[in-house]
Ligand binder design. Structure first.
Ligand code: M6R
Length: 623
């Protein structure tokens, strides 16, 4: 993870670096640092904590300069303190790194033997030392004209020796006219200005200074100057990557009238769902253009689906929960078998690839390292087709996949995923219909009914959001609670998992999601009058069974909160929150919303940093 920003201009660039870091905090925020070169002198400032702490320290020191790099960290190797914060300086080399150098111990040993000592516990400092080593031991620049080339050779030589993942930016006190960059497994984009250029982990860091971007491909390395950008591919051949004009309204990065990004994103869901559905539905089927082929010669996706006999889905976290819902939906309505695996598990286990399988990845960011690695593996394993359901156009996942469904949720900034999840569910509902129609499991009449319920989804979610005040009121019951159970059955089981994840990640209350039929096999032992039990109970096939499980909780004095779609009798032991009649097809999506609101309000009462919960980062770009 971690966020990188770099700038090379003819003006002081500290403000650009710090503003860029602030919007990159979604990538990690346990420590931050910045380095600028001013007339050949390096000023490196590092602090533990969020970028605001760094900003105050920079202000106190009053440093600035026309070239610099900056970093916001999510700790992998070494504690989240000032020493381990980036940039790391070894002699003339100053480096920021996002990723993991897997063979850093081995390299550290070799460099220690050569006389290098290390201040930090990080793998990144070892890379800085390795670049320094090759510059000073192997290659001696013999003229100022050759300085870039010789130094770049050393940079390359060091990277060739590294195993692992990296997005790196390096400045050099002896060469204040260039930033060296490289990307392998971690995103990096160059921002192009007039007489100035920039680099960052994500375009959003550079939106205030440019709208022109060059996306580095995996394996690319390059030299950024003020007036030029030279990039070399993984074979070290000079390449011309296209400059793309990207117009993003910086206002979308604001919170508007909301207190937190998460709250704003919860309330944006009706619009996000509407956008995700727009132009993708016909009368009784999904439109042919809903799933987009990345290659011109690729077949129409709806045609491809006719030959699909199995679906394999891989994702992490909330996206994994969406995939689990997808399994219930596709198996139920389309009669196609679906396997769902957590990406970090998938990539290290043996997988049997059934013939004519579709490999589906789900990711908000499209940069989750485990999901990318799983897709890479699937491509080698010979899956017939790959589909990415993703919220970020131009992300690594999108670029690597054969077919793409962009979820159009809009930028999601809160670490806890909300609108990305419900729009992923829309994507899966569309995939279900498309598969069901392709395999004649859903006829025209049923197709039209399912499409009609999809059209209702934004309005139904809008209505459910009106429960906000009621949910806020009941969230005070959770003060002082340390545990909570979420129960659901069928497609609501993954929704229970998602409700539990939301609560634990932002309020720090330990929460578990269970398929309610599983209660009697162990978790029922936890139930007493102190344990809040949240039940997701729409009116569907599974409701009678779920009601029996609710009785089991009541009988043991559990404190019940039931989100229901049908009034099945009030009782003193239960707080009922009625969502009204909801079509079972869209119920997973609709019943997620009150659980997001509950987690949000409990976190606010608990006084946590809702948008930046401890130890987390929005994009997990390391293994
Ligand atoms: O960007 P991705 O969807 O691939 O991210 C996957 C998970 O890291 C993410 O969903 C995470 O679990 C969220 N913090 C959940 O709210």
């Amino acid at each position: 993870m971690c966020g990188i920003v770099g700038a090379l201009a003819q003006r002081p660039i500290m403000a650009v670096l710090l503003e860029g870091l602030k919007v990159l905090e979604y990538r990690g925020y346990d420590s931050a640092g910045v380095a600028v070169l001013d007339h050949g002198t390096a000023h490196v400032v590092k602090t533990a904590g969020k970028v605001a702490v760094l900003e105050a320290e920079v202000k106190a020191q009053g440093c600035d300069g026309p070239i610099g790099i900056a970093h916001t960290r999510w700790a992998t190797h070494g504690k989240a303190n000032e020493v381990n914060a980036h940039p790391h300086q070894v002699g003339n080399i100053i480096l920021v790194h996002n990723g993991i150098i897997e063979n850093y111990q081995e390299l550290k040993h070799k460099l220690s033997f050569e006389g290098y000592t290390f201040k930090s516990e990080t793998d990144s400092e070892v890379l800085a030392a390795l670049i320094h080593y090759y510059q000073h031991r192997e290659l001696k620049p013999d003229s100022s004209l050759k300085i870039h080339t010789s130094k770049f050779n050393a940079f390359n030589q060091a990277l060739n020796e590294v195993k692992g993942t990296y997005g790196v930016a390096v400045i050099d006190t002896e060469n204040p006219d260039a930033i060296f960059v490289a990307r392998s497994g971690s995103p990096l984009v160059v921002g192009c200005g007039i007489g100035e250029n920039f680099v960052a982990s994500d375009i959003i860091a550079l939106l205030p200074v440019t709208s022109k971007f060059i996306y580095l491909e995996d394996g690319d390395r390059g030299i950024i100057g003020r007036d030029h950008v030279m990039l070399f591919d993984r074979d070290q051949v000079l390449v011309n990557r296209p400059v793309q004009s990207i117009q993003v309204n910086p206002e979308i990065l604001g919170k508007g009238p909301y207190k937190h990004y998460m709250q704003k994103e919860i309330f944006e869901q009706p619009e996000a769902l509407r956008n995700t559905l727009m132009g993708r539905l016909d009368e009784d089927n999904v439109s042919a253009n809903a799933f987009v082929a990345q290659e011109e010669q690729a077949h129409d996706f709806l045609e491809v689906l006719k030959h699909i006999e199995h679906v394999e889905m891989v994702a992490c976290g909330t996206s994994y929960h969406a995939a689990l819902v997808g399994k219930y939906l596709i198996e139920e309505h389309a009669g196609i078998s679906v396997n769902v695996t957590i990406a970090s598990e998938y990539r290290y286990k043996r997988t049997i690839v059934p013939p004519n399988s579709l490999f589906v990845t789900l990711s908000q960011s499209g940069e989750t390292a485990d999901t990318l690695a799983a897709l890479e593996l699937a491509q080698r394993q010979g899956y017939r087709h790959t589909l990415a359901i993703c919220n970020v156009d131009n992300s690594s996942l999108v670029r690597m996949s054969q077919y793409v469904f962009l979820t159009r949720a809009g930028r999601e900034i809160g670490v806890a995923s909300t609108k990305a999840f419900t729009t992923q569910l829309i994507a899966l509902l569309l995939l279900t219909i498309a598969l069901g129609r392709a395999h004649h499991e859903i006829d025209e009449h049923e197709g039209a009914n399912l499409i009609a319920s999809l059209h209702q989804a934004p309005a139904v979610v809008h209505t459910v959001l009106q429960l906000d005040a009621k949910i806020q009121e009941l969230s005070s019951d959770f003060v002082g609670k340390e545990h909570a159970l979420f129960l659901g059955r069928g497609p609501m089981y993954p929704i229970a998992l998602e409700g539990a994840l939301k609560l634990k990640e932002i309020s720090y209350i330990h929460a578990e999601g269970y398929a309610s039929g599983e209660l009697k096999h162990g978790p029922i032992a936890l139930i007493d009058s102190k344990m809040p039990v949240i039940v997701v109970a729409p009116d569907n096939l599974w409701l009678p069974k779920l009601i029996s499980n609710i009785e089991e909780v009541k009988a043991r004095g559990g404190k019940l909160y039931i989100f229901s779609g049908k009034n099945f009798g009030h009782s003193a032991e239960a707080t009922m929150i009625d969502l009204g009649t909801v079509s079972p097809f869209i119920a997973p999506l609709v019943f997620t919303v009150p659980l997001q609101l509950l987690a949000y309000h409990v976190a606010v009462i608990n006084g946590t940093d809702v948008d930046h919960p401890r130890n987390l980062a929005k994009s997990v770009t390391v293994e």
